[in-house]
Design a protein around this ligand. Structure first.
Ligand SMILES: [Mn+2]
Length: 356
């Protein structure tokens, strides 16, 4: 079910939700922004770095949602099947607020779906889910929303006009003061990179109800700082390694398969796609800390039919997500760790075919 903004806000303002958020900076800030608007007493949950929810997690959600009247899911880009499963197992209506490109729109009456970017976002008008929520609620911390945009876009945020607008609002220069929200985003990123879901889940409570400037709170947290430093060190090693092992598959299509401890594939793929703006980069990666395997396909080129590639990978039965923005085209595929090699080879073939 898709509601108008006003109807949606009437529903949300009077609700007492369990908020399930993505485990990245945008997800944490989306949950924080929504909670600050609704008020006290909200509980937060974030799935352990998985988009497919198993029976145990659905049971946990059912317990966690007992004292709530609705489940609100932010920035998670869950398949409609997973949204249905949550609604069925919690016996609660589900609201999903998102900004990812998708054609998997839930049809059920028990699910309210709000996603202004579902058909794509070529102009970058919906750079973060937290921005979508800020527009809905009208109350937000502009530094936090700037942080959410950097969380999703990284350095590309500098060219995003929505990001510039928020920086403007606090009197910060989008270029010269970029590091202020960037550092803030990196504090969340460290915990995400090292698979610390319990720390991540606790952040919206601290940020929404902690009573001090939220970015200052993130910067001051010594555990977050330690995790960030550790993750940054591993990241720079892995980027060099991936770069050195990157192999030409076909024309401008390059790929590499590597592994490491941290959940670092997104930043590795982003760095290499920026370093080689005229190439299509595919990275297969196993993160040992959470035993997650994934494949990221990324390019700054805008002349490749990414939705066609994405559809073909889906047809092979893989869990596919992604974004199609100008200069930020990405497909993320979740793989069972034991099938990473096989999936890597299959997807290389799909892309090769599509490009030739
Ligand atoms: Mn996001």
């Amino acid at each position: 079910m898709q509601l108008e903004n006003k109807q949606l806000m009437r529903l949300i303002s009077n609700s007492n939700p369990l908020i399930i958020h993505h485990w990245d900076a945008d997800g944490v800030i989306s949950a924080t922004t929504l909670a600050s608007y609704i008020g006290q007493g909200i509980d937060f949950e974030s799935p352990p770095f998985r988009y497919s929810l198993d029976k145990n997690y659905l049971e946990l959600l059912s317990l966690r949602s007992e004292n709530h009247d609705v489940v609100i899911i932010v920035d998670l880009n869950l398949p409609s099947k997973a949204l249905m499963e949550i609604s069925v197992s919690t016996n609660k209506p589900v609201i999903s607020i998102d900004h990812h490109t998708t054609n998997d729109i839930p049809k059920s009456l028990s699910i309210v779906y709000y996603n202004p970017a579902k058909n794509g976002d070529p102009e970058g008008l919906w750079p973060s889910a937290a921005h979508v929520i800020a527009l809905l609620t009208g109350t937000y911390d502009p530094l936090l929303i700037s942080t959410s945009i950097i969380g999703d876009l990284d350095n590309e945020a500098k060219n995003n006009r929505i990001f510039k607008k928020y920086m403007d609002e606090i009197g910060l220069d989008p270029e010269n003061d970029f590091n202020i929200p960037k550092e803030c985003a990196m504090q969340v990123w460290g915990a995400e990179a090292l698979g610390k879901i319990d720390i991540i889940k606790n952040l919206p409570t601290v940020l929404a109800y902690g009573g001090i400037d939220p970015c200052a709170a993130l910067m001051r947290d010594p555990v977050l700082t330690m995790l960030k430093n550790e993750a940054e060190e591993e990241l720079s090693n892995l980027i060099s390694k991936a770069d050195a092992q990157l192999e030409k598959v076909f024309d401008y299509f390059y790929a590499v398969l590597i592994n490491g401890n941290g959940r670092l594939i997104s930043k590795i793929s982003r760095t290499l796609a920026s370093k080689y703006p005229d190439k299509l980069i595919m990275i297969g990666y196993l993160a040992k800390s959470t035993n997650d395997a994934s494949i990221y396909i990324r390019t700054k080129r805008n002349d490749i039919n990414f939705s066609a590639i994405s559809e073909k990978i889906k047809k092979l039965g893989y869990q596919v997500g992604g974004k199609n923005q100008a200069n930020n085209n990405v497909i993320g595929v979740e793989i069972k760790p034991e099938s990473l090699n096989e999936a890597y080879n299959n997807i290389v073939e799909v892309i090769k075919k599509e490009l030739s």
